[in-house]
Design a binder for this molecule. Structure first.
Ligand code: EPZ
Length: 429
């Protein structure tokens, strides 16, 4: 299994190109199931999760071709996927595939909307908590689906098709909102979703659905209205830049010091995180090409942060911020409000010498002057990258094990960091 070796202590200087957002690319690919025509997606990141979803879609009979660089393309443009679900040959998403990546459960929405049936394995728990799908099922039932759970599978049927309805989410859910919007595009009549997630990826998917002929309005706000249409057609859409990758590298620069341009980043996608970094002592400057992050010699200030749905501080940057605060000049507090068990990185950060205590949902981090490198591993994607960030600033050598988590969500991580002066390499095998 691959490992990543880091020798800490180098400042980061240069340019890091920001890839397309994983968490937009995945639902966008799933939206390809809604039409028999071809959906073309540009700027799709080359990630293990994208490849895994290609396998899931392939099992339904979807043809996906990946087109590489063309003359004139920028060096780091993502891949272009041509997704053609002309013939859906199987409406079952089996356990073997769904259990590898939770987001594959979301295929239930387009399958039900277009084929009027779906049998999809329950995804099960994962390293960041139990993560139920009750609200996704509630949304589909509101749209008229008959749902049974049998043998670990959700079996959904809508013999006459789905019907528009009012869906009021009792808590903000990204997955619930994606599923409700996709299913409602082909429902008869109007659907109104209240307390919808406002994450930028919801808006990106809605923009693509509208390009495919859907009638979705209000995406990006808590109230989304969808007028159902009889069918959707092909379209071409560019995946928006990854705000979590952007925030991760911004935190890395704040941690090591240096001066990095995050090329293609969009500041409005992560303003709350940029504000926290500014408070911590980094100089963050949006410009025409992205975002520049600088931290000169000055020490880091402690912060008090709670994660929250967009536009709040994202849970997907919580672990990275904790690594940063491990070296702040004082005590920070970070409260995780989205997932019940997203503190798996605390014990691993302690291996670098970080002083972190947990009390329920709140971590208190007493900053120390310098972390020391260590062998570490993590059980989820964002936790793993927090260990990379710690390793970049730590004295001596760090070995990050179980790199496949990083490959799920960070495109060419070690290339991007070493191009900015980090000593980081992948050790295969
Ligand atoms: C998405 O997960 C992201 N994944 C996550 O990113 C991200 O952390 C999360 O949103 C929050 O921003 C993708 O987009 C693929 P939710 P999702 O539904 O949609 C509870 C990463 O590292 N809930 O907004 O699964 C749930 O347990 C990943 O890239 C229910 O109770 O998150 C959680 O506490 C990790 N019942 C809260 O809602 C449900 O039916 C928010 O979950 C659904 C969710």
């Amino acid at each position: 299994m691959d490992r990543i070796r880091i020798v800490g202590g180098s400042k980061l200087n240069g340019t890091i190109p920001i890839s397309g957002a994983k968490n937009a690319a995945l639902p966008l690919m799933i939206a390809g199931l809604l039409t028999e025509e071809t959906l073309i997606l540009d700027n799709v990141p080359r990630l293990a999760d994208v490849a895994q979803l290609q396998r899931v879609l392939g099992n339904h009979g979807v043809d996906i071709t990946s087109v590489g660089k063309r003359p004139g393309d920028h060096a780091y443009q993502g891949q272009t996927l041509h997704i053609s679900a002309a013939n859906i040959i199987d409406t079952t998403a089996p356990y073997e595939l769904v259990s590898k990546m939770r987001a594959s459960f979301w295929v239930i929405a387009p399958l039900l909307a277009r084929m009027h049936e779906a049998k999809v394995s329950l995804p099960g728990g994962c390293a960041i908590g139990t993560r139920p799908v009750d609200l996704l099922i509630m949304a589909l039932e509101k749209l008229g689906a008959e749902i049974a759970i049998d043998g670990g599978y959700v079996i959904a049927k809508a013999p006459g098709g789905l019907t528009g309805a009012t869906i009021d989410f009792p808590k903000v859910t990204v997955s619930g909102t994606h599923v409700a919007v996709m299913a409602a595009t082909l429902a008869k009549g109007t659907t109104v979703i209240t307390n919808a997630a406002c994450e930028p990826e919801i808006l990106d998917v809605a923009d693509c659905l509208n390009a495919m002929g859907a009638r979705v309005s209000g995406a990006g706000t808590p109230r989304i209205v969808i007028e159902g249409v009889a069918r959707l057609h092909g379209a071409r859409h560019t995946v928006l830049p990854d705000r979590i990758e952007t925030g991760t590298y911004a935190i890395a620069v704040a941690m090591t010091g240096g001066d990095v341009q995050l090329a293609g980043a969009r500041p409005e996608l992560l303003q709350s995180a940029l504000d926290v970094l500014t408070q911590a002592g980094a100089v963050v400057t949006p410009n025409n090409e992205g975002i520049r992050v600088v931290r000169s010699g000055a020490g880091l200030q402690p912060v008090t942060v709670s994660t929250a749905p967009f536009p709040g501080f994202p849970t997907d940057l919580q672990a990275q911020l904790m690594a940063l605060m491990a070296c702040a000049g004082g005590a920070s507090q970070i409260t995780e409000t989205i997932f019940e068990n997203r503190f798996m990185h605390v014990q691993e950060l302690a291996r670098f010498g970080a002083r972190i205590s947990l009390d329920g949902e709140t971590a208190t981090i007493d900053g120390i002057a310098r972390l020391r490198g260590a062998p570490v591993m993590a059980t989820d994607l964002r936790a793993s990258v927090s260990l990379v960030i710690a390793g970049l600033a730590a004295e001596g050598e760090t070995m990050v094990n179980r790199v496949y988590h990083l490959d799920r969500g960070f495109e060419r991580l070690e290339d991007k960091l070493s191009a900015c002066g980090a000593t980081i390499e992948r050790i295969s095998g």
